[in-house]
Design a protein around this ligand. Sequence first.
Ligand code: GLN
Length: 487
Amino acid sequence: MSIVGLSAVDLLETMRSGDISAVDVTTAHLDVIAKREPEVHAFLHIDSDGALAQAEVVDRKRKAGGTLGSLAGIPVAIKDVICTVGQPTTCGSKMLENYRSPFDAYVIERLRAADAVLIGKTNLDEFAMGSSTENSAYQPTCNPWDLSKTPGGSSGGSAAAVAAEMVPLSLGTDTGGSIRQPAGFCGIVGMKPTYGRVSRYGLVAFASSLDQIGPMAHDTRDAALLLEAIAGHDRRDTTSIPQPVPSYSANLEEPLKDLKIGVPFQHFGEGLDSEVSDAVNASLDAYQQLGATVVEISLPYLSYSVAAYYLIAPSEASSNLARYDGVHYGHRAKDFDDLIDMYAASRGEGFGSEVKRRIMLGTYALSAGYYDAYYLKALKVRRLIRNDFDKAFEEVDIIASPVSPTPAFNLGEFANDPLAMYLADIFTLSGNLAGIPGMSIPAGFSSKGLPIGLQLQGPPLSEDKLLRGARMYERESDWKQKRPLLS
Ligand code: GLN
């Protein structure tokens, strides 16, 4: 029977029935990785031996009649910015080329407790800064639907690995769109949970007030399952929300009654690809067929989100990345004259150009004399953006929009224009600034066969509702059945 391409939910069922073992599942996925990785470059590290050993443990437990976790025997790929014992954690940076974490991130502890198989670490933009994986110090990842295109970023490796059927599930992180945008570009489901819903303990920090870990999968059922496994309160992350986690899978098939969808049409103008807006409009029609009401809403401050984000995120990054000085953490240069020169040389060699740009932008915005004008002002705008959402959610249940203004762009397209790449984050950044959950679900294809994503956002802790709302549409559309044809 064919194992590859099945959803995690179906794989679990088949393993339970005894038709296949966890070792069969892991072996089949390792075979796909061996075949497709030379084209896709989704991984920075593949732990074949470790994965097979974990799968064997699951099979032994099952044979002995032991209790198994909710992801028993399911291969999961981990974005390489999440600390994982026994595997490298490089953050896609030369700075951490030799780093081996002595501890597991909270989400990794949870995945191990769920008996998942940690098959490897996926490629990303260095320290998760970027939208294309091209800022990785090691390799760019290619979009499985068209190898000349980017899979998006920064969780491009995690998205491509699922889209290319190398794994059924992966973890990404989203500071400004890094789960949703690559999910959209690769035709899969990706969710950024509410800030604080998933513990950041053991996630290497980029911008701590925005970072969130979330699930990436072929469909909403699998995303719900993975979110259930990783969400929850954790004392080691002081921003972790002490609210019980509902069973996202339990009510997933129940459609939302009287669903009211708000759409900020005013932002659908300039720069939005017509095929993207057609796909979004078609999905809104589909929702109306399902009984939902679609109304226009206003998010007046949304257009300031790019400016606010690209001050706040680099400011936090400049502070977080100060620890990589060759003494506390990270690469240390071999040739230097004195202490200051050692810091400068280590950081100069260890960081790539985009990370350096962010550190400089952030240091500038935080410096005396500019703090009030830039950083503090951006924080005030952030509050106004959150107010916009709060007001909108008094009237509507869910907000729908494009994920990105265009389908996946060419690798190298923005190599000399970082600002143009920043601007393309317009639809996702505001969700991080406001701390609200959002997801990308497949909503069609461009004439060139590239996936187009629909973004759904909800009020804080509405993951349950978002997943159910997404599932309503997913059940009616067959986008998730389509898979890329790799050579
Ligand atoms: N593209 C955005 C950036 O480069 C978001 C990155 C992210 O979410 N990690 O900052």
